[in-house]
Design a protein around this ligand. Sequence first.
Ligand SMILES: Nc1nc2c(ncn2[C@@H]2O[C@H](COP(=O)(O)OP(=O)(O)OP(=O)(O)O)[C@@H](O)[C@H]2O)c(=O)[nH]1
Ligand SMILES: [Mg+2]
Length: 463
Amino acid sequence: MISKDSIIALATPPGAGAIAVIRISGDDAIQLASRFFKPVGKKELLTQKSHTIHLGHIIENERVIDEVLLSIFKGPNSYTGENVVEISCHGSNYIQQEIIQLFLKNGCRMANAGEFTLQAFLNGKLDLSQAEAVADLIASDNEASHQIAMQQMRGGFSNEIKKLRDELLNFASLIELELDFAEEDVEFADRSQFKELLNRIQRVLKRLIDSFAVGNVIKNGIPIAIVGEPNVGKSTLLNALLNEERAIVSDIAGTTRDAIEDEITIGGIGFRFIDTAGIRDTQDVVENIGIKKTFEKIDQAQVVVYLVDGSQLSADNTSILQTEIAKIKNKYPQKPLITIANKIDLTDKSQISNLKSQAPDLFLLSAKTGEGVEELKSKLLEFVNTGALRNNDTIVTNSRHYDSLLKSLEEIEKVQQGMELGISGDLLAIDIRQALYHFGEITGEISSDDLLGNIFANFCIGK
Ligand SMILES: Nc1nc2c(ncn2[C@@H]2O[C@H](COP(=O)(O)OP(=O)(O)OP(=O)(O)O)[C@@H](O)[C@H]2O)c(=O)[nH]1
Ligand SMILES: [Mg+2]
């Protein structure tokens, strides 16, 4: 997988811009650049120090392509660990392409997606989970996902895993050593210390595994389903939350048939709102498919917003409302539920105060005028359990890591059971090795070309 070619790619987004950055990495990167770069100053590029920037021109056969700033980073003190050159040129498509073509004609090859970061991993600049965090960081579009990616990139997560792996490795070697002295019946590995370590590892693994539930929703946006009977104003509420005419609104019951989703950021956290088909008994085949989908969306949602038409509610039918709510609550006992009376702009004052005393949990708003929509956003934020985030705990967002953590836990629990049953050291050692293997998968101490190919294929070119 390691190639000795110098690789080149545009590091900034494709298209015209004020400037563009072209990156070259490889042993020959600086040598190559010096052939086509004429510095404004006297000193040759090859004699310049690492981590310096130089003004000059990119010249092909006497033709000046552009005036550029060229930065050099000498390996191993560079992003990839190899020699790296970054050319900041003017951001015209034409200039970008001319410069890239020039280097391609002269010994560089086009970088694959994520290849710079792959090199960094192969050269030990980052471990695998840190490299993956680089992609997450680039993809993060809100404060919460940014914070998690930053923490992972700094190695918070892998340091924790590596430390435990080292301790476990230490015990594994002691137990394996005992096997060499089987006749003498010696015990190098202190069993009570080992039990204590296993318990500690189990606790950490469980915490990390649990954090995935939070991590996953933060990365993908917390799903909130907006449900209720037809015409109560679900689509109007979606539009009000998104501040955009996203869904069709009409006074015809059964307007929305397919679930409509979109994301916004509230208080630094991404939310994904799902407008659904109104729930009712109907003969319409298409509408029924939509209603079936509504229940699927409730299943997937983190919070359910149940909407009723407040102007149709009178003090004596709040009991009907309560039974409706009870139905949903019974069906989804674990789901946080917010019940909303919409259209309070049509509801008269005395009725509003009536509702407030009859059903104190009822949230009152008008999707049409926007009254109460901001308060709803704050309430949604409260509902989201981001305690872990606030505490700055490590949060797992990557399903590959999640998978390896589950497998590690399974093996650790096998070792624990084995210890309880007093199984022989050689059997114990096998399970410990398995656990170590899954730990190593996370940080990349254990990796295959297939796995690396998969991970880095999801990166942008130039990173
Ligand atoms: N006055 C008033 N009218 C509203 C309010 N919210 C929605 N409406 C109106 O109620 C009607 C139905 O709104 P929709 O948003 O389409 O209702 P829905 O719940 O999505 O309906 P379905 O998609 O059919 O299930 C439309 O005429 C809206 O303009 C509100 O807060 N006040
Ligand atoms: Mg609708």
